[in-house]
Design a protein. Structure first.
Length: 194
């Protein structure tokens, strides 16, 4: 069983509005993202939210995802990752860690990551596009404890640096794995790409 932790607890200060609720193709980013994960048979989806939790919960209505609250909206992203990992059932062998602003994340991007995990022995699976590592990152359960108790100074990048032998890079052609929507200009570019 594979789970997903969708990170939607940031304050979106540079955007000026909750970016995960902004529409892309007429649908809130967070809704598109959860639909894509569900289509890939990711069975346990946890969406970590903070100040905007009620509005995000409304955007998730009818979808197979559970909202998890991060009690501190000013905390680091790693704290939201930890909230989501703690909320996953013990039966989850791994978790996809997914930034909530990856509106172009589609099943044809997610499935190769899941297949690479299922077919190999690597515990950290990351998409590689144009020579750059992107998101989502798939983390095997054997790395959960370290993520929950360490990495305070490095975040998930530190996990990849500490365990290079356990990293599998999966070539992906779609630049959506590199999306980072932080400002109104980023959002405009995203909308133009479709």
């Amino acid at each position: 069983m594979i789970g997903a932790v969708v990170l939607a607890a940031g304050r979106s200060r540079r955007m000026g509005a909750c970016k995960t609720l902004l529409p892309v193709g007429g649908v809130p980013m967070i809704t598109r993202l959860v639909r894509a994960l569900a289509e890939c048979a990711v069975s346990e989806i946890r969406v970590v939210a903070a100040a905007d939790a009620p509005a995000i919960a409304a955007a998730l209505e009818g979808l197979p995802a559970r909202l998890v609250r991060n009690p501190d909206p000013d905390s680091a992203m790693l704290d939201s990752v930890r909230c989501g990992l703690r909320a996953l059932p013990a039966a989850c062998q791994a978790a996809l860690i997914v930034p909530g602003d990856q509106a172009r994340l589609a099943p044809d991007i997610i499935r190769p990551l899941l297949a690479a995990f299922a077919q190999g022995s690597h515990g950290l699976v990351v998409p590689l596009c144009r020579g750059r590592r992107g998101h989502p990152l798939l983390v095997a359960r054997r790395h959960f404890a370290e993520t929950l108790t360490g990495l305070d100074d490095t975040g998930l990048r530190g996990l990849l640096r500490r365990h290079p032998e356990d990293v599998r890079e999966v070539p992906v052609e779609h630049p959506g794995v590199l999306d980072d929507v932080d400002t109104p200009e980023d959002y405009q570019r995203l909308r133009e790409r479709g």
